[in-house]
Ligand binder design. Structure first.
Ligand SMILES: Cc1ncc(C[n+]2csc(CCOP(=O)(O)OP(=O)(O)O)c2C)c(N)n1
Ligand SMILES: [Mg+2]
Length: 565
């Protein structure tokens, strides 16, 4: 693959080397990428042309680069990697929030940016999309910080640099930034004899790590497994489940790992969220002799319900993507996938844990009742089924859905740590394109949706048949709850007619509804499920009607933000 493929030019009968731009697209296609999200621009035309003429990668134009970066993040979570193409300065800077979010949440986005030509850079021409100072490195420095590695490509370094950044991005499962001057992009790529670098464990380090882990597990009176969101990003769901089944111990998840392993699994001991956990779950985690952290769980303010848990980190065995940490001892050069497969070979020392899987919450309320949050969340659980992928937005909805037990076979994606509102709408688009065999369900608040709703149009254009639920509760409810005073005007919004957006944005065949009663909601859910095209349901909720987890946070403001000094 790395030997530049030769293309024959039928008209002249000659054989010429593939261009840098074509090589980059081909090489990324070999990483399993079939779509490129982006916005065109002159400096990036060679990359756009290479995508448009590629038989392997399809151009997916988004309304803006921020949306494209979120869509690429969603795609990468399902496919393992995504491609994002933006133009110099103005384009790449708009994408930075989304790329940085992918870095934070460990999602592998290849961000390819077209730069002004080498010739113009060399003579410091004053060019558009610059500060007018003849300096061309300003934005490379910024975009590179949003990635875990970067390369500025020329025809000679292209083959080697692509292997380096691909390997490094895979090692960290984080974005790579690839900048290409527009004239270099059209040059023939120089061949180089390199092979893809696949990150592997060092055999001796793996053996050492496993010996220490096995000893700790054998001595422990109680073990709990904590599979982390990184397991999902690396597509290691099955391997993590097999490891946990071999160990026989209970496992818990935080809301970042919602449904990563079925919640109906007999070893599932509930969702851990500090003091808001079920008492039994809390006891299993906080009382465990060993907490086996598989992938590096992120114990932040959201996942620990305002740091309300009592976790003793000295009892943690943390298996990272590349190392294992036990107390102060670190064993480097071991890969998570290899540890999981070694753990799957262990034998449980006692009978496996068997929890009582909690059933779905009952669906209550009369058809004529107004929609309350107490009635809404069990309805989502009843609506969802195996084969659905739910994309959850930051806001009251995510705090309502995550504590609700969902059916087996449902996958959930949320941007809990980075928490940039507007993410979920384009991310759902990327998720839907990444795996059309599953149904993608977007659950968002209307305030978040206002940031990126324009790419509902792209969903329609590219046939992504997402079912969209928009909770319209007259503003930023989560923010109202996170303050003493819920009535600050900055938490109010322009009152859009959300249910009319799909039509205005070109989704002519979508089912749309605005629902105010439970009966209307139930009917709309049935119609959305029955249809093959996309669907868009605007749910009218109460201005201060919030799920219990948010009400809890409202009482914990000092713990979350610190006291007034
Ligand atoms: C990019 C960005 N800007 C601002 C915020 C702060 N913020 C967090 S949640 C939120 C409001 C969400 O409101 P909505 O989507 O309507 O959900 P609700 O809580 O009302 O259900 C805001 C503004 C953020 N997280 N990200
Ligand atoms: Mg709202």
């Amino acid at each position: 693959m790395n030997k530049p493929v030769r293309q024959s030019d039928a008209s002249s009968g000659t054989v010429k080397a593939i261009s840098v731009a074509d090589y980059i697209v081909e090489r990324l296609a070999a990483e399993g990428i079939e779509h490129c999200f982006g916005v065109a621009g002159d400096y990036v035309f060679p990359i756009c042309d290479a995508v448009d003429s590629s038989a392997k990668v399809k151009w997916i134009g988004c309304s803006n680069e921020l949306n494209a970066s979120y869509a690429a993040d969603g795609y990468a979570r399902i496919r393992g990697a995504a491609m994002l193409a933006t133009t110099y300065g103005v384009g790449e800077l708009s994408a930075i929030n989304g790329v940085m979010g992918a870095k934070s949440e460990r999602s592998l986005v290849f961000h390819v940016v077209g730069m002004p030509s080498y010739q113009n850079q060399r003579v410091r021409k004053i060019a558009h999309h610059t500060l007018g100072d003849g300096v061309f490195g300003n934005f490379v420095a910024l975009s590179a910080r949003a990635a875990c590695c970067h390369a500025v490509i020329n025809p000679e370094n292209c083959v080697v640099e692509m292997e380096r950044v691909i390997a490094e991005a895979r090692r960290n499962n984080q974005p790579a930034y690839i900048a290409v001057p527009s004239d270099y992009a059209l040059c023939p790529v120089a061949s180089a004899d390199v092979k893809p670098i696949v990150p592997r464990s060092n055999a001796a380090a793996l053996q050492k790590a496993m010996a220490i882990i096995a000893e700790r597990l054998n001595k422990a009176k109680s073990v709990v497994a904590f599979p982390a969101f990184t397991v999902s990003r690396l597509g290691l769901h099955k391997e993590a489940r097999q490891a946990i089944e071999a160990l026989g111990c209970p496992f818990v998840t935080t809301l970042m790992e919602k449904c990563m392993i079925d919640e109906g699994h007999p070893q599932f001991a509930g969702m851990y969220a500090g003091a808001t956990s079920e008492p039994k779950t809390r006891q299993i985690v906080e009382g465990a002799d060993v907490v086996l952290d598989l992938g590096g769980v992120n114990l932040n303010d959201i996942t620990t319900a305002a740091y309300s848990g009592r976790l003793d980190l000295s009892r943690f065995i943390t298996v990272g993507l590349d190392d294992v940490r036990i107390g102060d001892q670190v064993i480097a050069n071991v890969r998570l996938a290899d540890i999981l497969s070694e753990l799957a070979k262990l034998k449980p020392s006692s009978a496996p844990y068997r929890g009582k899987p909690a059933g779905l919450a009952p669906v209550d309320g009369k058809p004529s009742d107004k929609i309350t949050m107490a009635a809404l969340y069990p309805r989502y659980a009843a609506f969802l089924r195996a084969g659905d992928t739910v994309v959850l937005e930051t806001g009251s909805s995510s705090l309502g859905v995550t504590p609700t037990i969902l059916p087996d076979g449902v996958r959930v994606e949320a941007q809990v740590l980075w928490g940039s509102i507007g993410w979920a709408t384009p991310a759902a688009f990327g998720v839907a394109l990444a795996d059309p065999s599953r149904r993608t369900i977007l659950i968002t608040g209307e305030g978040s949706h206002q940031l990126t709703a324009n790419d509902i149009g792209a969903m329609g254009r590219f046939g992504a048949n997402v079912i969209v639920f928009v909770l319209n509760n007259s503003g930023y409810l989560i923010e109202r709850a996170l303050e003493e005073n819920p009535n600050w005007t900055y938490n109010d919004l322009a009152p859009w007619n959300y249910a009319e957006l799909p039509k205005a944005l070109g989704c002519a065949d979508w089912f749309t509804a605005r629902v105010t009663t439970l009966g209307e909601l139930d009917d709309a859910m049935k119609s959305a499920r029955a249809g093959k095209s996309g669907a868009y349901i605007e749910i009218m909720g109460g201005k201060m009607d919030m799920p219990p987890a948010l009400a809890f946070a409202h009482g914990q403001l000092k713990a979350m933000y610190g006291d007034t000094p």
